[in-house]
Design a protein. Structure first.
Length: 260
């Protein structure tokens, strides 16, 4: 692939992701139109690119986000498409952290819409996806596993997963945890309030860093913890991708200088 085509493919993926992000901020027909434009862009991305797996993951993630704006059978149909993209992503790149994590989230979403029991196979599949994500990057899916354990009334495993999420800095804020219906089965247990209190204890470390205003810096916003974890895993790949066209350009310049 030429440097020009390489850069064009990168532009297409960036455009598709921007359209999908814009669609999340809209509702109704406007959102659907933006989502469709994003899907068209994802579909035009070259399958020969080494980052095609990331195209599939982002495509599936966009479909999942659209499903959250729908209900019933319409939502299930979109979720089925999202799961197909996540499956293809993992076929192209086994153990893709984004596909593993978001695939598990999508499976749980399907189970909830269908009102399946917590011991249904759908939840077992979701658990397997989360465990793969944990294997790739510990802590990434810890909170998701905690929610799944709580739904299945596995209190001890739930606490362990919550503690892992906390220790890895990927636990949501207290308000979100307290309002999370997935945790309803454990909220009245003796250890739950103690866990919530431990989150406040984690805000200031023994050797804290401070802002310019003199306030202690808290951990990264837990609501974006999953995205940050994925970014950490992909950082090296991004650097390689950006370096490739530059390296090709430098080699071309060297050849031109030799010819002169």
């Amino acid at each position: 692939m030429s440097v020009t085509n390489y850069m064009i493919s990168g532009f297409i993926l960036k455009k598709a992701k921007k359209l999908a992000a814009a669609a999340r901020l809209e509702d109704g027909e406007k959102a659907d139109k933006l989502f469709q434009q994003a899907y068209d862009a994802f579909a035009s991305y070259s399958t020969s690119r080494s980052w095609y797996s990331d195209c599939l993951h982002n495509w599936g993630l966009a479909l999942f986000n659209q499903s959250q704006k729908k209900e019933g059978d319409v939502a299930l149909k979109i979720l089925d498409e999202a799961l197909t993209k996540f499956t293809l992503c993992e076929a192209v790149k086994p153990k893709h952290i984004g596909a593993a994590l978001d695939g598990g989230v999508a499976l749980m979403a399907v189970a909830k819409i269908k009102c399946l029991s917590a011991d249904n196979e759908m939840y077992s599949k979701a658990k397997q996806s989360f465990l793969i994500a944990e294997e790739i990057h510990p802590g990434t899916a810890a909170y998701n596993l905690a929610c799944l354990h709580a739904l299945q009334s596995n209190a001890e495993d739930c606490l362990k997963a919550l503690e892992t999420a906390r220790d890895c800095g990927v636990v949501p804020n207290e308000e979100d945890i307290l309002n999370d219906p997935d945790l309803n089965n454990v909220k009245q247990l003796s250890w739950f309030s103690g866990f919530i209190r431990s989150l406040s204890d984690e805000v200031v470390e023994e050797d804290p860093k401070f802002t310019a205003e003199g306030n202690p810096i808290k951990k990264a916003d837990p609501s974006t913890a999953k995205e940050e974890a994925v970014k950490q895993v992909e950082t090296t790949a991004v650097a390689k991708q950006q370096a490739t066209p530059k390296k090709a350009q430098e080699e071309t310049e060297k050849k031109e200088d030799s010819a002169k």
